[in-house]
Design a protein around this ligand. Sequence first.
Ligand code: ZN
Ligand code: ZN
Length: 103
Amino acid sequence: MASSDDKPCELCELIPSTTWYAEYDEPFRFTILDCDSCDVPMAVIGKHKSSLTEEESRVVQAALGKIADEKYPQGWVFDDNMRQIPDHYHIHARPYPPWWKKP
Ligand SMILES: [Zn+2]
Ligand SMILES: [Zn+2]
């Protein structure tokens, strides 16, 4: 988790300040919680790395999808665009905006 600059990684030092939905240790460590800035569920992996294998992202997306289905029965979408913290993998589940027409 040490990075080259001296700013600690926010996602390595997750503080449970929002709703935590689930924590997993198997098959690897990740947490699903409400994103502090977006207020939507997101999954954060327990390791400081920027990408997942296909298998790993399947596991994370399945777990996050279950929570998103319950929270947003009207529809939602994965958003793995990592704008603020590009080097620590995390993925949001965002609800469709009210004007969205489902495909
Ligand atoms: Zn990190
Ligand atoms: Zn966010």
